[in-house]
Design a protein around this ligand. Sequence first.
Ligand code: C2G
Length: 132
Amino acid sequence: MRRVITYGTYDLLHYGHINLLQRARELGDYLIVALSTDEFNWNEKQKRCYFSYEERKRLLEAVRYVDLVIPEEEWDQKVTDVREYHVDVFVMGDDWEGKFDFLRDEGVDVVYLPRTPEISTTQIKQDLREKQ
Ligand code: C2G
């Protein structure tokens, strides 16, 4: 079984995220999503999520391409994650191009996939504000 992992906040879940998850899943047989916790989002990414970790986890677990959701609590957990979950492929959108190449030293394929250009949570929030 070829196991794939990817990381992210996934708040507000949108079709750009689904495009990423679908392509990531197609690179193997099993997809793990390491989902940023509320604390990690605020402390490390200054992101205050609309949905809590539990709500975001529930949404992702309902996505057909996702097999397992685990917490992302720190930047440095990726090496232990790929070892612990016997990961073959690490996938991120290409806004992260080059940032995780070190994982190749763990024998993991590192793949950066093109982002879906026209959609982002920031864009959604901006559109909603303008429509009020
Ligand atoms: N993404 C995408 N297209 C978009 C928006 C996002 O392909 N229009 C991808 C991102 O490239 C990322 C994933 O969807 O691979 C999740 O996006 P975010 O929740 O914004 O993830 P991020 O905050 O970048 O967290 O340790 C890594 C971090 O946790 C990544």
